[in-house]
Structure formats: structure tokens, C-alpha cells
Design a protein around this ligand. Structure first.
Ligand code: 6PG
Length: 463
């Protein structure tokens, strides 16, 4: 019987980084990987951390190496591999052994696994990529508080810190942690898409080379846009291809894939009838980007779309400020809506606080978002006074840039969707009266009258 405080299965990039982080923070850890050589390589490269790491070569040896009641972290690919791993593990465990799924699971799977679990189970979203997993991720947990209490010290120790505050916490029951991580990724998609749309305007509108683009993003990262994604955009633009010395961006195919978390967010929002158009537009944009051949044929048929045009850099910066606020606002509204649907009580300010460091969407704005959401519970972030002022100050820039982009053939789906959402959400009398009437005309679906009556029909019902 071993005495490792915790065990971890799955030594892929993220698993290996997380295991090293746990060991580095003083916790003895047993590790196992389906391919034994991966375990051996990990142990061989552990260096000073080696004394804290017990590499094991069978599930039985792995389970035996962990102190009871056991805590076992799964870092295996999301989907069926998680179910397979749980099925292989449970017969070897005691009833009070805790399994913690730290992969990018779909929260519906986590809900199901928790409901079916024959022992304690936690679903934990971990954000920050390899670097975050190794040196401090943002950790979003879901499940039973008693289960969380068993790993809280480890999770807080390995998490990123904002000042002294660890970016780790239990957000709600069931799949709440994986759900919040999914929405995090939805916001990530939208923010990345808006940035890439502005990059397109710098490149094809203003004709800037990558080094100049890098300079612009570096400068913006020193202002209100300060965030991890703006920071890495500058670094990416400045990077050179090692083989040719050419700008790295010039040798990368413009087609973006996805593992699916952004798509899950968009699908879920449709089920919930919660509008998150900027996030949906970003998912669609990735799918459009993948249609390389069709796009090339389209260019040959209709002529190339993006034309050069002049625009102030300050206008582009203000565009991204407004866009960023709208991305997060949509994500937070989606979290509220889902919590209501599932009876979860996820605290939005806590989510904002957990996202301040470690995760991919960390941003200087998140501190103010936590305050705004705390001061105005239940309010859409875009209507809280601080962020409403930001939108009032900058939506003119977003509007101008979206117009210029459209006039000059630059596709800007996320920016335009963000703007349309902003405008729709400040239009007291929109145009859905026409939709109601049309539905009634062709299907006698009835409409709601402005005087409050429901199921009213138009004159065509008499025909
Ligand atoms: C994170 C990232 C991480 C990962 C996604 C990317 O928070 O650390 O979001 O989860 O980068 O897998 O997702 P796509 O492959 O869907 O872009």
C-alpha cells in the first residue's frame, strides 16, 4: 500500500504538466499512462521532482500506490475514453475513492457520469493550455462540496493566483464546472475571432506587415485591452518560421479546426434560447475557414473580397474594447440561463474571479467584471454601469469599423454579430411583430396583441 496523496492517469501534454505541477507543490503523486513508455519517459525527465512521483505500469500498481481514501485525477481525452477509464478503474477502488475528471468533458457527460457514479466523482474544467497546467491553471470544479473539500488544498496550490487568491473553486453541483469551462471556451472562440478580424483589417486594409501588426498588438496590450489573447497575438505576429525566416503567419494555412467546445456552447445556447451571436459567429467562421477550396473558387469567380482602406488604429482598438465586453457579456448571460435551467447557483462574480489568471481568456477587464456582476446581480454585464459606459464610449468605433469592413469586402462576422446584438438589445420595439403576423398568416399560430391579449388572429383567419 503506497502513500501517494493523489494519482493521475493520462500523461499527455496536459496530464504530464498537471502531474509535474502537483509534484512541484509538494504533493506525492502516482502516475499511470496506457502506454508504459510514456510513463517511463515522464519519470525519467522528472528531474528534481522525481522523489515525489511514483510511476506505475499497471492500473493495479497505480491504485496500490495511492493513500486511502484515494483521489484519482483523469486526464484522458474527452468522450468515451473517460467512460472506459472509469469502467476499468472502479472495480479496483474502494467505495469512498474519488475520481476527478480534469479533461475537457462535455458537461452533459459529466452530469451523466455523476448520476451513474458508484463512488464519489468531480468534474473539473482546467484552462490555461500546457503552460497553465504546468505553472498555474484556472480551475473550475463541479460536484459535491464534500468531494471538493478532499482536493481543495491541492487544486488551490496548483492554480494560478491573482494576488494571493487562487483561481480555483467549486462552482456548483454536477457538470457545473465543465459547463463553465465550456462557456469559457465559447468566449475564447469569439475573442480570438474578433482579434483575427482586426488582424485582417491591419493586414489587408492598412497593408501592414507582421512586424507592424505585432507592434500594434503589443501597444494595445499596454492599455484597456490587456489580456493573454492580445499578448500572444503580438507574439504570434512577430514570430518567424524557423526553416525559412519568413513571418510565421505567412506559412500557416488559414483554416482553423476545433475540438468542439465552442460548438457545444453554440448548440447549448440554442437549446436554452439564450442569444450568444458573437460566439456562434466565431464557430461558424472556423467552419467557413475550413472550406479552403470553395473559397479559392469563390475568389476566382467573384474577385477577391478584401480591399485596402484607411482607418485609425485608435478606432480599431476601441472596436476591440467594445467587442471584448460583448463577448464576455454573452458568455455570462449564457451561464445564468443554464444555471436557471439546471437549478444551479453558479456565482458569476466568482467565475469572473477564477478567470482573472491562468486561463486563456484572462484579461485586465475581469477584475472590473467581477465587481460589476457582484454589484448588480442578475444583470447583463453590458448593462452594468461601468461596462455600459465602456459601450457608450466605444460602440461608435465598432459600428464604424464594421461598416468600413463591409464596404471594403472584409468579412467580420464576430464583430458584426456583436454589434447587432448590442443594437438589438437596445431596441425597445423591434420587428418581430412582422414575424408573429407572418406565422399567423401561414399557420394561424396566433399572436400576442399589444393590449396583452394572446392567441389573437389577423383578418386572414376569417377567410
Ligand atoms: C484552455 C483551452 C483549451 C484548449 C482547447 C482549444 O482553456 O486551456 O481552451 O481547453 O486550447 O482545447 O479548443 P479548440 O481545439 O476547440 O480550439
Amino acid at each position: 500500500m503506497g502513500d501517494a496523496r493523489i494519482g493521475l492517469i493520462g500523461l499527455g501534454t496536459m496530464g504530464a504538466a498537471l502531474a509535474s505541477n502537483i509534484a512541484e507543490n509538494g504533493f506525492d503523486i502516482a502516475v499511470f499512462n496506457r502506454t508504459t513508455q510514456v510513463t517511463r519517459d515522464f519519470a525519467a525527465e522528472a528531474g528534481a521532482l522525481a522523489p515525489r512521483i511514483t510511476p506505475t505500469e499497471s492500473l493495479e500498481a497505480f491504485v496500490d500506490a495511492i493513500a486511502k481514501p484515494r483521489v484519482i485525477v483523469l486526464m484522458v481525452p474527452a468522450g468515451p475514453p473517460v467512460d472506459d477509464q472509469i469502467a476499468a478503474l472502479r472495480p479496483l477502488l474502494d467505495g469512498d475513492d474519488l475520481i476527478v475528471d480534469c479533461g475537457n468533458a462535455n458537461f452533459h457527460d459529466t452530469n451523466r457520469r455523476m448520476a451513474d457514479a458508484t463512488g464519489p466523482f468531480l468534474g473539473v474544467g482546467v484552462s490555461g493550455g500546457e503552460e497553465g497546467a504546468r505553472h498555474g491553471p484556472s480551475i473550475m470544479a463541479g460536484g459535491d462540496p464534500a468531494c471538493w473539500a478532499r482536493v481543495e488544498d491541492i487544486m488551490e496550490a496548483i492554480a494560478a493566483k491573482h494576488g494571493d487568491e487562487p483561481c480555483a473553486g467549486l462552482l456548483g453541483p454536477g457538470g457545473a464546472g465543465h459547463f463553465v469551462k465550456m462557456v469559457h471556451n465559447g468566449i475564447e472562440y469569439a475573442d480570438m475571432q474578433m482579434i483575427s478580424e482586426v488582424y485582417g483589417i491591419l493586414r489587408d486594409g492598412l497593408g501592414m506587415g507582421p512586424d507592424d501588426v505585432a507592434g500594434v498588438f503589443d501597444r494595445w496590450n499596454g492599455g484597456p485591452l490587456e489580456s493573454y489573447l492580445i499578448e500572444i497575438t503580438g507574439k504570434v505576429a512577430a514570430a518567424k518560421d524557423v526553416a525559412t525566416g519568413e513571418p510565421l503567419l505567412s506559412v500557416i494555412v488559414d483554416a482553423a479546426g476545433q475540438k468542439g467546445t465552442g460548438r457545444w456552447t453554440a448548440i447549448e445556447s440554442q437549446h436554452l434560447l439564450t442569444p450568444i451571436p458573437a460566439i456562434e459567429a466565431a464557430v461558424v467562421a472556423r467552419n467557413v475557414s475550413a472550406r479552403l477550396e470553395e473559397r479559392a473558387e469563390g475568389e476566382a469567380m467573384f474577385g477577391p473580397a478584401p480591399q485596402a482602406f484607411d482607418v485609425d488604429l485608435e478606432l480599431l482598438e476601441r472596436t476591440l474594447i467594445a467587442g471584448k465586453v460583448l463577448c464576455y457579456a454573452q458568455g455570462f448571460v449564457m451561464i445564468s440561463a443554464t444555471c436557471e435551467a439546471h437549478g444551479w447557483d453558479v456565482d458569476l462574480p466568482t467565475v469572473a474571479r477564477l478567470w482573472r489568471e491562468g486561463c486563456i481568456i484572462r484579461s485586465a477587464m475581469l477584475d472590473d467584471m467581477a465587481t460589476a456582476l457582484g454589484d448588480h446581480p442578475g444583470e447583463n454585464l453590458m448593462r452594468t454601469p461601468h461596462f455600459a459606459d465602456i459601450l457608450k464610449a466605444h460602440h461608435d468605433a465598432l459600428r464604424r469599423v464594421v461598416s468600413l469592413a463591409a464596404l471594403h469586402g472584409h468579412p467580420a462576422p464576430a464583430l458584426s454579430s456583436g454589434l447587432a446584438y448590442f443594437d438589438a438589445m437596445r431596441t425597445a420595439r423591434g420587428t418581430a411583430n412582422m414575424i408573429q403576423a407572418q406565422r399567423d398568416f401561414f399557420g394561424l399560430h396566433g399572436f400576442v396583441h399589444v393590449d396583452g391579449r394572446t392567441d389573437v388572429h389577423g383578418p386572414w383567419a376569417e377567410d
